[in-house]
Design a protein around this ligand. Structure first.
Ligand code: DGL
Length: 268
């Protein structure tokens, strides 16, 4: 049975990081209804085992499949790195990740081919960016760096309340003296820290996030499968969190500029 074009697009992340992708989707595809699940109660996924990330991601994806989505966007690098193939086999609808779009964007803007990848421990360990980048540009040189302190700063809201510069400095220290012209924010939480990251990196380094490029993929997939919502009218996203409603809401208001976002609790 064909899923109706008016069906929502599902978006998942371990927490609020996927909102950086929702922001672009809401702006560029306002006719589409977005249903988002953030697993804030079990965030961060970065330090977890592959088995745990698979299990938790499946729970979110299954919940959205039960709600009748027409497409799934895995707006989490850690989950994309280890679950994308499995999810694509499991569901009848298209499943998109954020790593391939991020890699493509970085190769496009880098003129030296030296690209730093900032990500969670899980993403860096998976080498998913190395594979994605070198499959587009075989001679690219990758400088990987895990930044395990970044996600908790975002989830707790501390990035808006305290001076996080010492943490940023310490985390980025291992790469600041190396030669690269582009840095990928290889975690969807990191665009919320973009200014502070940029401040620590050498002047002139391009910062790339996969959000914009991922939305181009969503748009192309909608048209390839003939499932774009042409019913017209701007739709407001619906957000589910496994964690704290107020914390999620305040970051959603701040980041998305939606006055009173529809945030609900979900048990997975
Ligand atoms: N925002 C996610 C990512 O893109 C996950 C961060 C985490 O839970 O550690 O990797």
């Amino acid at each position: 049975m064909k899923i109706p074009n008016e069906a929502p697009i599902g978006v998942i992340d371990s927490g609020v990081g996927g909102l950086t992708v929702v922001k672009e989707m809401h702006q560029f595809l306002p006719d589409e209804t977005i249903i988002y699940i953030g697993d804030d109660a079990r965030c961060p996924y970065g330090p977890r085992s592959v088995e745990e990330v698979k299990e938790f991601t499946l729970e979110m994806a299954d919940a959205l499949a039960d709600m009748g989505i027409k497409m799934l966007v895995v707006a989490c690098n850690t989950a994309t790195a280890v679950t994308l193939d499995m999810l694509r086999e499991r569901y009848p609808f298209p499943v998109l990740g954020v790593i391939e779009p991020g890699a493509r964007a970085a190769v496009h803007v880098s003129s030296t081919g030296s690209i730093a990848v900032l990500g969670t421990v899980g993403t860096i360990k998976s080498k998913a960016y190395e594979y994605a980048i070198t499959s587009i540009s075989a001679n690219a040189e990758i400088i990987p760096l895990a930044c395990p302190e970044f996600v908790p700063l975002v989830e707790s809201g501390q990035y808006r309340q305290m001076d996080i510069r010492p943490i940023m400095k310490r985390s980025l220290e291992p790469i600041v003296h190396l030669e690269f012209d582009t840095a990928i924010l290889g975690c969807t939480h990191y665009p919320l820290l973009q200014d502070q990251i940029q401040e620590q990196l050498p002047i002139g380094v391009n910062i790339v996030s996969s959000a914009y490029e991922t939305v181009r993929d969503v748009e192309n997939t909608l048209s390839e499968f003939g499932v774009a919502n042409i019913s017209g009218g701007r739709k407001e996203p619906i957000f589910f969190t496994t964690g704290n409603l107020d914390g999620f809401k305040s970051i959603a208001i701040d980041w998305l500029g939606i006055e009173n976002p529809d945030v609900r609790h979900i048990v997975l």
